[in-house]
Design a protein. Sequence first.
Length: 706
Amino acid sequence: MPLGTVSGHKPLTFDLMIMADDKPPSSRIQCSFKLANWSLYRHILNEKLMQWNVNRQIVSTNDIDEYTTFISESIVAAARSAIPQSSGKINIEISPVTKHLINLKHQFYLSWKKYDVGKNQYYRTREQLTLSLRNDRITRLKRIFHALTTKQMNTGKVWALIRKYHNKRTKQKITSVLKYKQFIVNSDLEKANMFATYFENDIYTSTPDTSAFHIHVSEVVKKIKKSISTSSINASSINTSSITTSSINSQSFQAITPKELKLILKQLPDSAPGPDNVHNRCLRNFTKSLIDHLLNLMNASLRLGYVPSSWKTAFIILLLKPGKDRSQVSSYRPISLLSCVGKVLEKIIKQRLSTELKRRNILPRHQAGFLEGKSTMYNILRLNRCAQQALDRNHHAAVIFFDIKSAFDSVWHDGLIYKRNDFRIPVYIIRWIISFLCKRTAQIELENQLSHLFEIKSGTPQGSPLSPLLYILFTSDSMNSIPSQVDYGLFADDTAIFTSSNTTSRVRDRLQESIDQFVLWCHSWKLVIQPTKTELIHFSPRPRKKYSNPIHLKVSNTDIRPQPSTRYLGIIFDKQLRWQEHVKHIETRIQSRINLLRFLNRITPDSNEKIMLNIYKSLIRPILTYGYSVLLHAEDKIWNRLQIAQNKSIRAALNIPHFVSTTYIHQITNIPYIRSYATNLTERALTRSQQLEDTVTEQNLISLLN
C-alpha cells in the first residue's frame, strides 16, 4: 500500500493482515418445522423413551435431574432425526433478472477498480439492480397477499404479513463498545460477561437485612425450610384417579392427572426453547409414552419438592430499551429463555394455585393483573368513575401512580416464603416453590457467545408463567394500611391510589397518609419506589384556579407536583377528563398503520376486499376503541375525531376516493360508526361482567350507559 507519492518523498509500503474471528455456532437448535415429519418424530421418540427402566423409582433429587436430562435428550434426538435443521438465515428468493444484474454489477466494479473502465456502467447497473430488487419484493408480497384469499384469517398468515411490513423486527446489534462503571470492553464474549456481572451485582442481588423485622423474617424462614425439609410425603398414598384442583387445600400431595397435563400441552404457544433445546411444538406432538414419562417426572418433582436444576437455568437475550444509550449495560432489557418442559409444570401449579386463591378470596379485591376474568379496563373504569363523579359535584379528586424499581426482579424470597402462613398454601407446594426460587442461574447469550454462569438471588423468575402470581401474592397486603376513604387499583406492579373530597386539603392529607404507609410497607418488604417516575394528577373543577392548599405531595422526601396528563394502563388521563391528549395519541399511533393499508392497496390493485377490511379490524380498530367505555361521555368532537380516523382507515383499506360519502362507505362495508360500535362493546362487556358476577365492573358500566 503506497503512501507519500508527493515529489521528493520516497513511497512507504506496508501490508495489513486483518483477521475476523468466526462467529461461533449457536447453542440453540433452529428447526424448519414446516418440513417436519411428525409421524417419524413420534416413532423415534417412543423408541428413545423405551430405553428408560419403567420399574425404576424416583426417590432422590439426583434421580429427578437424571430423569429430566433423559426426557429432554430423547425429545431433542427425535427432533434432530425428523425435523430438518435451519441455518437461521433468511433465504430471499430473487428473479433471474436480479441475479444477472448482480453479476454484471460485480463485473463492472472489478473492471472499474482494476482497469479504470466501466465506472458509468457500474452505477447504471446498480440503479437497475435497486429497481429489480424492489420489484422482487413487491412480487413476493403479492404472492403472500393473494395466498390469504385461500386461508382463514386466524391461521396466522395475516399477522405474519402485518409483522413483516409494519412491526419490522430488525435484529438488534449491541454497540461496538460497552461500558460498565469504569470498565470498557469490545469483544462479544467480554460484553456477555460484562452484562452477566451487571445483572448479578446490580439487579438480581439480595438486599441486606436493615431492620429487626428483616432479621425476624429470615429467622422464621430458616425454621420453615428446616421443618419442610425434614417432612416427607408417602409416595404410596398418591391417588391419581380422583384429583381435582379444588382439593388443593389438602396437605396431602395431589398428583397431576393425564387430563390436566394434556390440556396444558395442547395450548402451548410457539415460544422460543430454553437451554435444553426442547421446543413447544415437540411437546404439542406428544405421545402416550411421553405423557407417562412427564407425569412420572412432574409428580416426582412435586412429591419430593425439588425442581430440576436444568429447569432453573436460563439463557438471557437482551433488547435495547427505547431511546436509551447503546453503550450502557443498564439500557438493555433482559429476556429469559427457560425450559419449555419446566414451564409446563409451572402452568399447572399456577392453575391450581389461582383456583384455590380465588375460591378463598385471598387476592386483593382490586388486583386485576394476570387474573382470569379481569383486564386493564377494571381499574380504568374505577378511576374514571371516581374522577367523573367528583367533577360532576364540583369536588376534587386526585390519583398518584407509583413506579417500583425492578418490581419483579426485587421480590424478597424470604419475604414471599414468610407470607405462606397468611395464604395457607399446602406444604407440598411451599416446598416446591422454595426449590423453584433458590439457586437459580443464568447466562447471557450475545452473538452466540455465552457468558459465565451467575446466580439469581432475588426476584421472581423472568419468563416463568408462575412469576406474576407469585408477585401478586407477595404484594397482596400492600394496601392494607391505607385510609378507608382512599381507594386503589393494582395491575401487577402498576399501583394507583386515588380519592376525592370537597376540599383540596382533605384530598392531599389522605393521599399523603396513604403514600407514607405504602412507602413504609415497601421498606419492610425490600421494595424501592422511584419518586422521579411517580406521577400525580389533580382532577379539578376549576383547573386554572390557584388554591391556597394545593395538592402537593412527598414521596421519600421528593416533591410530587400535579401533571396535566399522564398515561395509565394505556389510557391518557387528563385533569378534566376531556380526552384530547388520548385521542391525539391514537391519531399519531394509527398513522403508520393507515400508510401500511395504502401500501398494500398500491402494490395489489386487485386485493381482496374482505381481507383488507379484516386487516383494518385487526390492526387499527382495536386502537380506536381501546378504553371505549370511559369515552362514552366524552364530547362530540372527541368522537368526531375518532370517526374521521376510522373513515381514513377504511378509505385506505379499500382505496376509496375522498369524494365518496362516509354514509355510503359504511353501507357497503357493513361497518358501524365508531361510537355505535363502542356502545355495543360496552353492552357486551356489561353482559360478560354479569356472567362473571363482577359487580364492580357491572356498576361502572351501567353508570356509563345511563
